[in-house]
Design a binder for this molecule. Structure first.
Ligand code: SF4
Length: 336
């Protein structure tokens, strides 16, 4: 992986008069920690966070960030609608591998009668999405890139917690095509829209319709979450990360649980630790932080763990009529 250029970051840190800096690196960039540390520590007092972090929603623990002047986060793009309690400089990572797209890779779109294609991507592949855009146009397709809500920085960008770029264009295109790796974002787009969704998977350069995978996902989730229907004791968790902090949402859920004559405690945590909830002898967990946690980590929990929308599907007075992916539109502000 190419080293990210820190020169502009150093200029910005000097302009803001920062002396003590917290440096956050995602796991993929940690092998270069000495390079980044040496370059920055020539001018600043650098603290490196060894905690895992998952995105721009997470600037680490308050105990650490409250003692620095600024944070440098490598790899992710800013989430514009978060009021970060400290100045944060985001140095984004973009996948710069040269990709030669097979000539016939988009033929199935033509054969399927799709003419107007909505384009989406995970942010590190935004340059590849632009390449795909020009290939499709040369092939005679028309394309649209969705303008997302204020949680996203770039047109077309999706996160595991926000598919607003897809909502914006789903009714004006024949299908959506997401440039990504893996399946999660594609499944999320499919669940949050009613149009056909294709993944252009850069791992194996394949173009796949995600519908069957999405149906399998829904079946698996229903089996898991339906175990919560008879739960009497709920832990409702507020994640304390700045970009996942939804205390007001948790309070609404707690009110509903009590209204049903069941018991709920509200918990704050920086990590969803399965042992904690087992020790508390709760029957189900509702997790209001990153929507990926209940989905990706469900097998680690002894009891069902629900996203906010899954709770609504099971217990709301007006439940949605189909499976809905939880999305974070806004979060409660955390003061420094
Ligand atoms: S809440 Fe989850 S999906 Fe959203 S940015 Fe944070 S880690 Fe990523």
């Amino acid at each position: 992986m190419k080293l990210l250029d820190l020169n502009e970051t150093i200029v910005k840190l000097n302009e803001m008069g920062a002396k003590k800096i917290l440096l956050q690196l995602p796991d993929g960039l940690k092998p270069h920690v000495f390079d980044y540390f040496n370059k920055l520590s020539a001018s600043f007092n650098i603290i490196v966070s060894s905690e895992s972090f998952y995105g721009a929603c997470d600037i680490g623990s308050r105990d650490v960030y409250s003692h620095v002047d600024a944070i440098v986060q490598l790899g992710h793009s800013e989430i514009p609608n978060i009021k970060y309690p400290k100045p944060v400089i985001f140095l984004e990572y973009r996948d710069s591998h040269k990709i030669v797209f097979p000539e016939d890779i988009f033929n199935s779109l033509k054969a399927g009668g799709y003419r107007k294609i909505g384009l989406l991507c995970s942010v590190q592949y935004i340059d590849h999405m632009k390449e795909v855009d020009s290939i499709l146009k040369k092939m005679g397709f028309s394309t649209v890139t969705g303008i997302p809500d204020r949680r996203m920085k770039y047109p077309g960008q999706v996160l595991g917690c926000n598919f607003s770029a897809a909502h914006a264009i789903q009714n004006s295109v024949d299908c959506l095509l997401i440039v990504t790796t893996g399946k999660f974002h594609g499944i999320g787009v499919q669940l949050s829209t009613s149009t056909d969704v294709f993944i252009l998977d850069l791992n194996d350069l394949s173009l796949k319709n995600i519908k069957d995978e999405t149906d399998r996902f829904i079946r698996k989730r229903y089996v898991g979450i339906s175990r919560a229907l008879d739960a009497e004791k709920f832990c409702v968790v507020v994640d304390t990360k700045v970009g996942q902090y939804r205390e007001k949402v948790a309070e609404v859920i707690v009110d509903r649980i009590r209204e049903m004559g069941r018991e709920a405690v509200i918990l704050k945590a920086n990590e969803a630790n399965p042992t904690d909830y087992s020790n508390m002898r709760c029957d189900a967990v509702v997790f209001t932080g990153c929507p990926r946690v209940p989905i990706d980590d469900a097998d680690k929990f002894a009891m069902p763990i629900l996203t906010v929308t899954e709770f609504q599907m099971l217990f709301s007075k007006n439940p949605p009529k189909r499976y809905v992916m939880d999305e974070i539109v806004a979060v409660d502000e955390i003061k420094a």
